[in-house]
Write a protein that binds this ligand. Structure first.
Ligand code: ACO
Length: 353
């Protein structure tokens, strides 16, 4: 199952990336910040004990190797927009806007309701954002960070007055529930943020990176144009997520720390300036190793991997939503989001709250 043919040429990719200081995102552009947040999680809680009854695994293995105790899963028949729309409505309300005032919707997702049209179109209709232009970003678990960066540029340039940015995934629909090496890791969820011009602070810098040579380590082989759906592709389970866990693990530890350093440098900041670090919640061991590389204490990290597992594109935005709700972020705080995912991709954002 695991692709092994390709040597990982992505090892040095970040080092090869110029780390020269860029003009901050604000530059001559408008400053853009988050003005409303929302989230929606499925009701159904699935514990490790339940997974023990489905595959040959144990609560002890899952907790010690990943830090996950339980995850939320949608019911059969539900889809990404069923979580994304309520999250979006909460964020729009928190921003003090009406849905028909939203001008742009960008959704980071790997599991849109349909391959075509985009999830953003479906969400637009559900929330009544009639004036919004809509598109999706497929950057796997880094989907929210990528979507935020794209939307921020469009609002900062003055082309749009605001944007609804969503991170939403229901990876349970593309997981092989007989494969213990993947099925214990993931959960479903959605988060949303409304961004708009702000008087001070906001998004200070973003950094997106990709190493397509690592695509083989994390992919859904069929269902695209290379292997269209067929009886054979279904029988071969090629519509499920395939992962080379140890390669992804090594990649993730390296890029989380390095991407944080690059994006902080772009904002003219250092790791010690960070008040709250919000990493992609894939595995507690990846987060701990990345924090060690950054010499940041774990107290500066928001963690919810234990409750939700890896929610892919929803991971960082749901964590940001929860941290803000819990009072972990004060006005003026420096917050860093960092994510990685299939691509292989990575992305980071610095926000002054
Ligand atoms: N229960 C019990 N045993 C298991 C399980 C399980 N659920 N899964 C694997 N094992 C076994 C393996 O078969 C292996 O057994 P073997 O030694 O007899 O072959 C053993 O446990 C050790 O497996 P490893 O792969 O070495 O375990 P590791 O410590 O690397 O942890 C894990 C595996 C958790 C998958 C880790 O590699 C990881 O977290 N990788 C990154 C995954 C990730 O972050 N993915 C992000 C996806 S992002 C996106 O874009 C979708």
């Amino acid at each position: 199952m695991t692709p092994t043919a390709k040597r990982s040429s992505h090892r040095t990719i970040i080092k090869a990336t110029p780390t020269v200081r860029r003009p901050s995102c604000t530059g001559s552009l408008r400053q853009v910040g988050i003005v409303g947040l929302g989230a929606c999680l499925p009701q159904r809680v699935v514990t490790n004990a339940e997974l023990e009854r489905m595959v040959k695994t144990s609560d002890a293995w899952i907790r010690s190797r990943t830090g996950i105790r339980e995850r939320r899963l949608i019911e059969p028949g539900q889809a990404t927009s069923d979580l994304a729309a309520p999250a979006a409505l909460e964020a729009i309300k928190a921003a003090g806007l009406r849905p028909d005032e939203i001008e742009l919707i960008v959704t980071g997702t790997t599991t849109p309701d349909t391959l075509c049209p985009s999830a953003s179109c479906v969400i637009q209709d559900k929330v009544g954002a009639k004036r919004a232009g809509c598109f999706d970003v497929n950057a796997a678990c880094a989907g929210f960070v990528y979507a935020l960066s794209a939307a921020q540029g469009l609002v900062a340039s003055g082309q749009y007055q605001n944007a609804l940015v969503i991170g939403a995934d229901v990876l349970s629909t593309i997981i092989d529930w007989t494969d213990r090496s993947t099925c214990v890791l993931f959960g479903d969820g959605a988060g949303a943020a409304v961004i708009a011009p702000v008087g001070r602070g906001g998004i200070l810098a973003s950094y997106l990176g990709t190493d397509g040579s690592g695509a083989c380590h994390l992919q859904v082989p069929a269902g695209g144009s290379r292997i269209p759906a067929s009886k054979h592709s279904v029988e071969q389970k090629q519509h499920f997520l395939k992962m080379n866990g140890s390669e992804v693990f090594k990649f993730a530890v390296r890029v989380m720390g390095e991407a944080a350093i690059v994006v902080l440098d772009r904002a003219g900041l250092k790791p010690e300036d960070v008040d709250l670090f919000i990493p992609h919640q894939a595995n507690i061991r990846i987060i701990q190793a990345a924090m060690e590389r950054l010499h940041l204490p774990i107290e500066k990290v928001y963690l919810n991997v234990e409750k939700y597992g890896n929610m892919s594109a929803a991971s960082t935005i749901v964590a940001l939503y929860e941290a803000a709700k819990a009072g972990r972020i004060k006005r003026g705080d420096i917050v860093v989001l960092v994510a990685f995912g299939a691509g292989l991709v990575w992305g980071a954002t610095v926000i002054e709250w």
